[in-house]
Design a protein around this ligand. Sequence first.
Ligand code: ATP
Ligand code: MG
Length: 236
Amino acid sequence: MAETAEAVDRVKRVHSGVQGFDEILNGGIPTEDIILVTGTPGSGKTTLCMQMLDYGAKNGENGVYFTLEESAKDIIEQFKNFDPQIEDLIKSGMLKIVEITLTDYESFKGMITAEMEAAKAKRVVIDSVTYFQMFFADIMSIRKSIIEVSQLIKSHNCFGLLIGEIPYGENKLSAFGVEEFAVDGVVALYLMEKAGSFIRAIRVVKMRDTNHLTKFCPMEISNKGIVIYPNAEVFT
Ligand SMILES: Nc1ncnc2c1ncn2[C@@H]1O[C@H](COP(=O)(O)OP(=O)(O)OP(=O)(O)O)[C@@H](O)[C@H]1O
Ligand SMILES: [Mg+2]
C-alpha cells in the first residue's frame, strides 16, 4: 500500500517562524542544515534571519547573531519595530548579538565557538560571509573556510544561516560565486523592478534533504516583519 506524503516525510525540521516560509519548504528547514541567505542590498536578509532567531528564542532554542558589519545597537533598534520584546529576549540570554571585530581566521573560529557554547545556541547567524575575504586572498580558501565554519556550527548541533550578497544588477547568487556550493541550502531575496516600482520576492534555490518550491514567491516587510505568499505569483 502506498504511504501517505506525511508518512514518508521523516525529515526532522526547524520551524522558521516566518509566515509562509515553512510552506515553501514542505514544513520547515531540515534540522542542522546550513543555509546561505543571499540577496541584493536592502532585500531583507537581516530581518529574515533575525526573525528566525527571535522565533527560536521564544520557543526554547537560543540564538546567536554574529555581525561583521552593522552594530548590534543598530540591529536591535531596527528589529524593535518588528518585535518590541527583542531586548527582553537579549536580557534573558535567549538571544545574543555579537559584534565581530576582524582579527584573523583562527581567532574568528575561536570566538564563534566560545559564543555558541556559552549561549547553548541552537540557531546561529553569520552576517556576512562576504567579509571572509578579509581573511583570505583567494576564492578557494574562502570556499574552504565556509565549509569549515559550517561544520563547526553543525558540530555544535546548531542550525546555521550564513548571509551572502548578490551584487546589485548582477545575475549571480553571491559575491564570490562559491558560497552557494559550500552550504546545504540557498535562499535568495530580491528587490525587483516591476511597473516602475520595486517588489520583494524570495526563492529557495536549493535545499538538500527536502522537497521545496523553486518559484519566485512574493514577500512583504511590514511592521510584523517578513511575510511570504507561496500561493501568489510575482510574474503575472
Ligand atoms: N518597519 C518596516 N516596515 C516595512 N519595511 C521595513 C521596515 N523596516 C525596514 N523595512 C524595509 O526593510 C529593508 C531593510 O531590510 P534588511 O536590513 O533586513 O535588509 P538587508 O538585506 O539585510 O540589507 P543590507 O543589504 O543593508 O544588509 C529596508 O530598506 C526597508 O525597505
Ligand atoms: Mg543586513
